[in-house]
Design a protein. Structure first.
Length: 212
């Protein structure tokens, strides 16, 4: 078992990383504004599941391979960026449908599809990949043994903090959505802005990060 002080130090570092909005947080906010609280929280769950996969990959040694391989890291990063751009273009094209969703005459956003979108963004988040691969192993204690289990425990701490913070972002953004709902023009604007934000986020993810 890891010492309490080591767990607390890791929790503090995780909090510093999580509170700074990255791809997952911005995606949750965009979904909250476009589709409301349920979609935002479902996206958060998807993001967390994606992060859990990353933790398991690091614990099994896959994360170190991705972190050291320029090709693997770049491929994963570009795949996530391309998916964000695709979702942004889709949101932009469907920005006028938000009014119908509020009126109840449009189909609700699919829960499984929203969960999958959140998972895809979470598992391809470059910031989380680098953090888990480069930082998480430093907080393990080989003398205690069972290093993979230690990594899983640290990953659980990270994901609990991320789930809490990201949910707060989603709830705040979905509350602001009600103000936009009072005007069709505002509603169309927020739908378009959310789409453009996701496109910009995808481009940012694609052009930033490692270049070695």
């Amino acid at each position: 078992m890891l010492p309490a002080d080591r767990l607390l130090a890791f929790a503090a570092m995780s909090l510093l990383l999580i509170v700074v909005p990255g791809p997952s947080v911005l995606f949750v906010i965009g979904r909250a504004l476009a589709h409301g609280r349920r979609a935002a929280l479902t996206t958060v769950v998807g993001n967390t599941l994606g992060a859990c996969v990353l933790v398991a990959a690091v614990a099994l040694g896959v994360g170190a391979v991705v972190e050291r391989s320029v090709l693997a890291f770049t491929a994963l990063k570009l795949a996530g960026a391309a998916y964000l751009v695709y979702l942004g273009v889709t949101a932009w094209r469907r920005r006028g449908s938000l009014r119908g969703a509020f009126a109840g005459d449009a189909p609700a956003h699919s829960g499984p599809r929203t969960l999958w979108d959140g998972f895809a963004v979470g598992v391809a988040n470059p910031k989380t990949i680098v953090f888990f691969a480069a930082v998480l192993p430093q907080f393990t204690d080989p003398a205690e043994g069972r290093v993979p289990l230690q990594m899983l425990l640290l990953g659980l701490v990270f994901n609990v903090i991320a789930l809490t913070c990201d949910s707060a972002w989603g709830l705040v953004a979905s509350a602001a959505r009600q103000w936009f709902a009072r005007s069709p023009r505002r509603l169309a604007a927020v739908g378009g802005a959310g789409g453009l934000a996701m496109i910009g986020l995808g481009v940012t993810v694609a052009v930033t990060g490692r270049k070695d």
